[in-house]
Design a protein around this ligand. Structure first.
Ligand SMILES: [Mn+2]
Length: 315
């Protein structure tokens, strides 16, 4: 069984690198840190590597130990968390490809099963929820610090226990994590409510130009590279912008584009019946039914036309 293999591989590895998807969100970081703290607890030689991550997550236990790069190119084992696709590892793909063994722990329905061992549960609201099961299986003591990281991951991916991905198990796990003495109000405020100044300025621009298309069923907005540079935006500063369109009455799909050096990074959110992971897949991306993303390297108007055309088919 996969969990037995994962447990065995981890415990027998002499050097381990923990990786998550690029532009990591709260689930990617929370899960990676929980895994890092767990493996430290059983005295394994482990590194956690993220070239960049939003500084608002810097309060999480273990965050100060996140490295910008690994100290070798040949780890015994690479563990990818919250990552549905090799390509989503970004610059860290080399560590993954050169590791002797690889593990993926994830919850994306579009996961490509790209590791030697894949523990992927699309019914799980967050990778952190799946990881809770893995860590218990491994006999890890869920400390207050590990609980904080796992809770942060679940909180992010469920929007604060609000999404349809939340199950009875989610609350059962949250109860267990709560029992470790974590500060719920403090974590919620930092993970869900606190925004940076660039984030506020970008939100203002994006809302200012938000348009509704297709009889009010599609909300569309974007941020250009120039605008990002003007406000000194970092990766996490785009978090939540796509939700304004999604929350508008009558909207089924919200589309948010941000211009990067590689093209437009597209965020898609739906409210009830459109599976936006199907739309993202058409453009080489992936994700979940109600939250997905892809990259489109064309001029803005072409990207908009192509996306609206595909989304229309599902409306
Ligand atoms: Mn996730």
């Amino acid at each position: 069984m996969t969990l037995d293999n994962i447990c065995k591989e981890i415990k027998e590895s002499k050097s381990i690198i923990i990786l998550a998807h690029k532009d990591p969100d709260g689930d990617a970081i929370g899960s990676s840190l929980a895994m890092y703290l767990a493996l430290k607890q059983i005295n394994l030689n482990v590194d956690i590597v993220m070239p960049v991550y939003p500084r608002i997550y810097g309060f999480l236990p273990g965050a100060t130990e996140i490295k910008k790069e690994g100290n070798s190119n040949n780890y015994d084992l690479a563990i990818a968390l919250d990552c549905g696709d090799r390509g989503r590892l970004g610059d860290c793909i080399e560590y993954f490809d050169k590791a002797n063994k690889t593990i993926s722990i994830d919850h994306h329905g579009t996961n490509k099963m790209f590791a030697d061992y894949n523990y992927v549960n699309p019914d799980s609201c967050a990778t952190a929820q799946s990881l809770f099961v893995v860590l218990n299986f491994m006999g890890i003591n869920i400390t207050k610090e590990i609980a904080e990281c796992l809770y942060a991951g679940i909180l992010t991916d469920t929007g604060g226990f609000k999404y349809s991905s939340v199950t009875e198990e989610t609350f059962e796990i949250a109860k267990e994590l709560f029992s470790k003495g974590i500060n719920i109000a403090d974590i919620s405020k930092k993970m869900l409510d606190t925004i940076t100044k660039p984030q506020l300025l970008l939100t203002k621009i994006a809302i200012g130009r938000l348009e509704v298309l297709e009889d009010g069923k599609i909300a569309f907005t974007y941020i250009t590279k120039n605008e990002s540079e003007e406000v000194n935006a970092e990766n996490g500063d785009y978090e939540g912008i796509v939700n304004y369109g999604r929350n508008l009455e009558g909207v089924e799909v919200s589309v948010f584009l941000r211009e990067t050096d590689d093209g437009f990074k597209v965020s898609l959110r739906s409210n009830s019946y459109v599976d936006v992971s199907d739309v993202a897949l058409i453009f080489g991306g992936g994700g979940h039914k109600k939250a997905s993303g892809c990259l489109i390297n064309t001029p803005l108007e072409d990207a908009k036309t192509a996306l609206v055309k595909e989304i229309k088919r599902y409306l």
